[in-house]
Design a protein around this ligand. Structure first.
Ligand code: HQG
Length: 182
């Protein structure tokens, strides 16, 4: 079983295109796990039949916690671009958060703030290593932004828990709370 491929397809189905799998996300982004398994097996992409154990295995071996199983349902924890709004719990953020990005995006961000762009939320990291990894998807030497989350929260910026302790979400972070990590 190609577990990385399976993980990417689960993310695609649950973050971006559930309708392609005849799935309907609930307001927290969950679908019944057996419906997902059925849809994946229907596609004929996988040589072996996918079982619930395979789904557990994908989640277990992933270096990031991207998916969550709960009460026979599964969801992507973050990254959604689906049009229907995925509800997340608000949280008091850690004092400092990080965001890894490209030099190209940096100029725009310092002008207009951190926007969700095509996703539903801005994605922030609780540690610099994670931010570097996120930024490296877009730039060999990414810019690491430091978010003064304590001050932003005090001023009314709303933060959300993704359900994965290393990823905190926000609707928007104005540039005044951002600085570049030296
Ligand atoms: C940038 C992956 C111009 C932003 C990752 C980023 C993460 C702006 C890009 C998760 C902007 C959006 C999310 C502005 C923000 N003007 N550019 N005003 N504001 N941007 O992929 O945070 O591994 O949607 O800096 O690891 O990079 O797939 O967000 O570069 O955790 O599980 O616009 O997705 O998770 O890019 O990544 P993205 P992201 P997985």
């Amino acid at each position: 079983m190609e577990y990385t491929k399976l993980s990417k397809e689960i993310s695609y189905a649950l973050r971006h295109a559930p309708w392609e799998y005849e799935l309907e996300l609930d307001e927290e982004g969950f679908v019944p796990v057996e419906q997902l398994i059925h849809a994946l097996n229907e596609s004929g992409e996988y040589k072996e039949t996918i079982t619930e154990d395979d789904i557990h295995h994908v989640i277990e071996i992933s270096e990031k916690k991207r998916h969550e199983l709960k009460d026979g349902k599964i969801r992507a924890l973050y990254g959604h671009t689906v049009p229907s709004h995925i509800r997340k719990e608000t949280v008091v953020p850690p004092d400092i958060l990080y965001h890894g990005t490209s030099h190209k995006a940096y100029d725009f961000i310092m002008d207009s703030g951190l926007k969700p762009m095509s996703r539903q939320y801005v994605h922030l990291s609780t540690d610099t290593d994670t931010a570097v990894r996120v930024g490296k998807r877009r730039d060999k030497k990414p810019v690491i932004l430091v978010v003064d989350a304590k001050r932003a929260y005090a001023d009314g910026v709303v933060f959300y828990s993704s359900g994965y302790e290393k990823v905190i979400l926000a609707d928007f972070v104005p540039a005044e709370y951002l600085s570049i990590k030296p």
